[in-house]
Ligand binder design. Structure first.
Ligand code: PMV
Length: 314
């Protein structure tokens, strides 16, 4: 029987995390160096089995399913139903180099890769927005009320200007290359819990939090123009200011602040946490490859447990 493979990249948020949940714009881009890869073999027995060797977990239909794999098992069932193939068995193997729970969109990438792998195995095609709609099903189980930005970026594999509920717009980069170093604190921070804490903070002090979200959203619009004009130095200022606002929102941590400080001291143009915060990753914008090496070394010295890079260009 036939086999299908699906892949999807990780992502970083350049600006607009948390405020995006409240309807403000955000900018996010894929990280091609961190990827989810899903292989699907069809079987005749009608059973869905999912294996995730990286996290040493396995789900077999009819047996208790590990919590992390349950949304994927339901998603695989939904895709099979959609294609009118309820009787076909699926043997799924999930591999990913995207660190889990670090704000790099691992759940969304695995979900998108799974949908694509099943499509390939069944020799069916879906449009990007259909893939996104299906993957959002799993993303809601992973994260509660996700804005959808992770799924949009990983499915489209391009930088997007994202507003919740609207079609994501591709970001057009100008002449310059925007180079990012991504550093992992090694601390797993559940997005759902951090988003809920922010919601409660807003309930207590709505005027203050809404003003901070409004500022982040306005900066996302400004950043889109900065990227379009090709002005990395201005983008750096924007990013560092966004980090200061996110600190006021209450989602940074001593580890994230230390990495941001290390990157700026080593000459980064700007640096901020990326994703839900509290742990996970931070990103630094650097001028060129020499600065990239210098900043990466400084981040490693300051305790980063993993490093990635990403570049946004025309
Ligand atoms: O999945 P993360 O950690 O990158 O969080 C996504 C960003 C948030 O704005 C905090 C949540 C969301 O749904 O957009």
């Amino acid at each position: 029987m036939s086999k299908g493979v699906g892949e999807a990249p990780g992502k970083i948020l350049l600006i607009g995390e948390h405020s995006v949940v409240y309807g403000h714009p955000a900018i996010a881009m894929p990280v091609e160096g961190a990827r989810a890869r899903v292989e699907v073999d069809l079987a005749r027995d009608g059973r869905i089995e999912i294996e995730a060797p990286d996290i040493a977990q396995r789900a077999v239909e009819g047996q208790p399913t590990p919590a992390r794999l349950a949304p994927l098992q339901r998603l695989a069932g939904s895709v099979r139903e959609l294609f009118g193939e309820p009787g076909v068995g699926l043997r799924v193997c999930v591999r990913s180099s995207i660190p889990v729970g670090r704000g790099m969109g691992s759940g969304a990438a695995v979900a998108v890769a799974l949908v694509r792998a099943i499509c390939a195995a069944l020799d069916r095609k879906l449009a990007d927005d259909q893939v996104e709609e299906l993957a959002m099903e799993a993303e809601r189980e992973f994260h509660g009320t996700p804005s959808g930005v992770d799924v949009a970026v990983t499915a489209r594999r391009q930088a997007v200007y994202f507003v919740r509920g609207r079609t994501p717009q591709p970001i057009a980069a100008g002449e310059s290359v925007f180079r990012f170093v991504i550093a992992d604190t090694g601390i797993e921070a559940p997005t759902m819990a951090v988003v809920e804490e922010v919601r409660l903070a807003r309930e207590r002090d709505q005027a203050r939090l809404d003003a901070l979200f409004w500022e982040l959203g306005s900066m996302a619009s400004v950043a889109r123009e900065i990227i379009r004009c090709g002005a990395p130095a201005e983008m750096g200022v924007c990013m560092s200011h966004a980090h200061a606002i996110l600190k006021e929102v209450g989602v940074s941590s001593p580890e994230l602040d230390a990495l941001v400080h290390a990157a700026l001291s080593a000459g980064a143009l700007g640096a901020k946490l990326s994703g839900a915060g509290r742990g996970g990753v931070m990103i630094a914008l650097v001028e060129d490859t020499a600065a990239e090496a210098r900043v990466a070394a400084a981040l490693r010295d300051a305790g980063a447990v993993g490093l990635f890079s990403a570049a946004l260009s025309r």
